[in-house]
Design a protein around this ligand. Structure first.
Ligand SMILES: C[S@@+](CC[C@H](N)C(=O)[O-])C[C@H]1O[C@@H](n2cnc3c(N)ncnc32)[C@H](O)[C@@H]1O
Length: 482
């Protein structure tokens, strides 16, 4: 008997629709992996600490607010140091707590950030205030408040906004202290008020019955919301005074150090700090209005395609910042699609130019095979949420539009550096690194490196039990505009 054996190539993929769906995705994935073989490598210097907030925990200023989804300033420094230029402009369209902005400024670049959530915006402007013209007043006031604890001597209280999902987050005693603290804050000048409210935002989770947990807020068994068998114990819940006094001490220490270094931020390696501009809006709205060829580099980490709902995990902070129920829903919808609740966005209403990015996605075989496979799994009731396929589609189509704009606003020879994770739903592995890089390539970028962390991301126990173990790559992608 004679067998004919032939290797499958990219061109064959079109005709593979006769294979079971899963194989189509796997084959197309392998083909794309081969396509980027020269750019892909495991980089042992990239640690989890570097691509997450962990390394910031002990760094002056960066440690004030624990923005769990942040990357480290070390990562920003590493990739900015690789540029051929030492000045110019850097953009982060998903700027979060502003890690890119502050590090880029330290290094002498002018930085522009776009951040939709009021919490990210508030962290950024508060840090700017903390090191701005009012820094002496702030330092003196923090020292005085640390000694005198004025909130203990007032009787008046200022109530604050509560959302359905934050109801009952604090003990009565803590609630009382927060409201008295807010009363004391209200007597100060505007910038100082902003800064003092920011200090409160920094401690909210630690004094509450909640813990941020990706898709939602987890409630401690001591709250009156959590009853039943699977009781969650978040450990030590700090009392208000302990938490706020510790935060005052950290901030005083960091601003003090900065005085002694006679510098805006410690560890500066440029004598000319760059400016920082932050825009509190969706980058989908803002990017089309930015001029062409304006930035030397873009360093960013968009939300991952992982169902994490920032509007739920940051609900305590958003409520404190006055976000109401309606605004919360709007924020969730305006975010880059990364939750199962996101409805499809009318992308051409943001810019008619995005026809190009949409076309790239329509023609990307791996992406279309994944969407089809997820739709199939939805019909077979294999997905634990019906919104997953819509979310995945929305994620890549919206990211394609962001990438198209980033290409336009980058200068020639500029670099786009992105941190992101691959994901998996009901056994379908989604190579976010390959798909976004292919989109970038189709939109004009040269994909120079796809750096993979040696330590991959684990799977949920549910996925492992049902679909076996599959390592998910975490990575940093470097695309260049030539
Ligand atoms: C992974 S975090 C970025 C963290 C950032 N690299 C840092 O170090 O703090 C992604 C950020 O994108 C923001 N975001 C989501 N959708 C957005 C949109 N449409 N426009 C602007 N920002 C958005 C989220 O609120 C979140 O802060």
């Amino acid at each position: 008997m004679v067998f004919s054996v032939r290797k499958i190539t990219a061109n064959d993929c079109e005709s593979l629709s006769c294979l079971p769906e899963k194989d189509t995705v796997a084959v197309l994935d392998e083909t794309l992996k081969n396509h980027f073989k020269a750019a892909m490598r495991v980089d042992s210097s990239l640690t989890r600490q570097m691509v997450s907030f962990q390394a910031n925990k002990v760094k002056p200023t960066y440690r004030w607010y624990k923005y769990k989804e942040a990357f480290s300033s070390t990562l920003v420094k590493r990739f900015l140091s690789d540029l051929n230029v030492k000045t110019g402009k850097v953009l982060d369209p998903f700027s979060g707590a502003g890690t890119t902005l502050f590090k880029a400024s330290e290094m002498g670049f002018n930085a522009v950030g776009i951040e939709l959530l009021p919490i990210g915006y508030e962290i950024t402007i508060s840090k700017l205030i903390g090191y701005g013209p009012n820094k002496y007043d702030i330092l003196n006031l923090l020292r005085t408040w640390k000694e005198t604890k004025p909130w203990k001597r007032v009787t008046e209280r200022i109530p604050f906004n509560v959302l359905r999902i934050t109801q009952g987050a604090y003990s009565d005693e803590t609630l009382n202290s927060i409201q008295k603290y807010l009363k004391c804050v209200s007597k100060e000048d505007e910038d100082i008020q902003t800064f003092l409210k920011f200090v409160l935002l920094c401690i909210l989770e630690s004094i509450s019955f909640t813990r941020k947990d990706g898709q939602y807020l987890r409630w401690d068994y001591r709250s009156n919301r959590r009853k039943g068998k699977n009781e969650f114990n978040k450990g030590n819940i700090l009392d208000f005074d302990t938490a706020i006094l510790k935060k005052f001490s950290d901030i005083i220490e960091d601003i003090d150090d900065e005085f002694h270094n006679n510098d805006l931020f410690s560890n500066r390696n440029s004598n000319h700090p760059g400016s920082i501009d932050i825009i509190n809006e969706s980058c989908l709205n803002i990017l089309p209005s930015l001029p062409n060829e304006n930035f030397e580099a873009i360093i960013t980490s968009p939300p991952y395609c992982n169902r994490y709902d920032y509007t739920r995990t940051y609900a305590l902070e958003l409520a404190m910042l006055g976000v109401d129920e309606r605004q919360l829903v709007d924020l969730r919808q305006n975010m880059l699609s990364c939750t199962v609740e996101n409805r499809a966005k009318e992308l051409l209403s943001f810019s008619p130019e995005w026809k190009k990015a949409i076309g790239v996605c329509d023609n990307l075989q791996l992406l279309q095979a994944i969407i089809e496979q997820l739709e199939e799994k939805k019909k077979l009731r294999q997905l634990n949420n019906n919104g997953i396929s819509r979310m995945v589609k929305g994620y890549f189509y919206e990211m394609a539009c962001v990438i198209q704009e980033c290409y336009r606003v980058l200068k020639t020879n500029g670099r786009f550096i992105m941190v992101n994770d691959n994901v998996r739903y009901a056994g379908t592995c989604i190579s976010v690194d390959l798909i976004l890089s292919k989109i970038a390539e189709e939109l004009g970028f040269t994909v120079s490196q796809i750096l993979v962390l040696p330590q991959h991301k684990g799977n949920s126990s549910q996925q492992m039990a049902q679909h076996g173990k599959e390592d998910l790559r975490k990575g940093v992608y470097i695309w260049e505009k030539h």
